[in-house]
Design a protein around this ligand. Structure first.
Ligand SMILES: NC(=O)c1ccc[n+]([C@@H]2O[C@H](COP(=O)([O-])OP(=O)(O)OC[C@H]3O[C@@H](n4cnc5c(N)ncnc54)[C@H](O)[C@@H]3O)[C@@H](O)[C@H]2O)c1
Ligand SMILES: [Zn+2]
Ligand SMILES: [Zn+2]
Length: 368
């Protein structure tokens, strides 16, 4: 079938919205009609050419929500008409990681996905003779996509698509970092570094876990206001003396839980140093630049601080995303403030510009 999609033709150049060909879903695959899709830093990172593992031509986008149009052979858990959220981190339910409650890092399709192919090693997107690759297994800057069944989470049809798509990446990552990875205990003191989609999600997650005090640190006063709306009890404009400020606020001890959601290794270090002696847990969600390292004085660890990393908030997507969407529908998570701009597919490059200008939290493409 023919469809319109935003293609990364050349690194560092604007995406080109054009008509391309999409093949039918094969065994274990599903054809999804996109209704909404968030524009994320990871898309821009790849489009810019900064990501050394990037490839082109490819259809970018990985924060999609839509409706199942058709399913391929052997697909049993989804049917036409189902509402779904796309998962760059799938859940096969069978691999050694999927059956273990300690992790969400499904091993099923990583290798092919990282190369831009569906699990059978081929692509469904093409143009004339040339193939176009998939991005993060999703390629949701398009009217339709074909994805593996194991990479789609079926959600409540009551959920608005433009909210649901935010659970495909940053929001679930932040919420999950607090709920799954750190498993914040009620009554705790938490500090969240960064008030983008991920950090604000972590603030909301700490609130849902019953944290008593939630301090949010960011450089932008506007974003810190949003953090208050998600449950931050205190806000700090970040800088050199952030750790001292946090120690001062916590009787010299530091916080029970700290979260890093900036991607800056200097901030990661602050997040470790702001964690409490004896049991403070620092959860790192930010993605650092290639080759960068985290500098930690080992004594901080001997005296009881721990550091954990969190990918997609430890959320096992097919089970966890529908649950989070349900909590949003129940009014426990206020999603609307994250949705800053509604754009159309042809404006996808404007979505990148808004993001670079830090204008709002998320631009969402709506397909009509
Ligand atoms: N672990 C995962 O699975 C996963 C998923 C999605 C995104 N991420 C990563 O999480 C990070 C955050 O993503 P986002 O979409 O929220 O990004 P964002 O750019 O919207 O937010 C980052 C925030 O950090 C703030 N910041 C920058 N320097 C700071 C400092 N010195 N002190 C305090 N705050 C500072 C910025 O003002 C900004 O508000 C990125 O590194 C992203 O790549 C990780
Ligand atoms: Zn994303
Ligand atoms: Zn698996």
């Amino acid at each position: 079938m023919k469809m319109r999609a935003a293609v990364l033709e050349e690194f560092g150049q604007p995406l080109v919205v054009q008509e391309v060909e999409l093949a039918e879903p094969r065994a274990g695959e599903v054809l999804v009609r996109l209704v909404a899709c968030g524009v994320c830093h990871t898309d821009l990172y790849t489009a810019s050419g900064a990501d050394p593992s990037g490839y082109a031509p490819a259809v970018l986008g990985h924060e999609g929500a839509g409706v199942v149009e058709r399913v391929g052979a052997d697909v049993t858990s989804l049917a036409a008409g189902d509402h779904v959220v796309t998962l760059f981190s799938p859940q096969c339910g069978e691999c050694v990681h999927c059956v273990d409650p300690r992790t969400n890092l499904c091993l099923a399709i990583r290798e092919q996905q990282n190369k831009g192919f569906l699990p059978d090693g081929s692509t469904r997107i093409s143009r004339g003779e040339g193939e176009i690759r998939h991005f993060m297994g999703c390629s949701t800057f398009a009217e339709y996509t074909v994805m593996p069944e194991i990479a789609l989470a079926k959600i409540d049809p009551e959920a608005p698509f433009e909210h649901a798509c935010l659970f495909a990446c940053g929001l679930s990552t932040g919420l999950g970092a607090a709920i799954n990875t750190a498993a914040v205990q009620a009554g705790s003191t938490c500090v969240v570094f960064g008030a983008g989609m991920v950090g604000l999600g972590a603030v909301a997650g700490c609130r849902l876990q019953g944290a008593e005090r939630i301090v949010c640190v960011d450089l932008s006063p506007r974003r810190l206001e949003l953090a208050r709306g998600q449950g931050a009890t205190d806000v700090i404009v970040g800088g050199e003396s952030t750790v001292e400020a946090i120690l001062e606020m916590t009787g010299g001890f530091g916080a029970d839980y700290t979260f890093e959601a900036t991607g800056n290794v200097a901030v990661m270090r602050q997040a470790v140093e702001a964690a409490r002696m004896a049991w403070g847990l620092c959860t790192v969600a930010g993605v650092a630049g290639k080759g960068e390292t985290l500098d930690v004085v080992p004594r901080l660890l001997i005296t009881g601080r721990r550091v954990a990393g969190s990918s997609f908030g430890g959320v096992k997507g097919r089970e966890g995303v529908p649950r989070l969407v349900e909590r949003a529908l129940a009014g426990e998570i206020d999603v609307e403030p994250f949705l800053s701009h509604r754009i159309i597919l042809d404006e996808v490059n404007r979505g990148f510009e808004l993001m670079e200008a830090q204008d709002g939290i998320r631009s969402v493409i709506e397909f009509r």
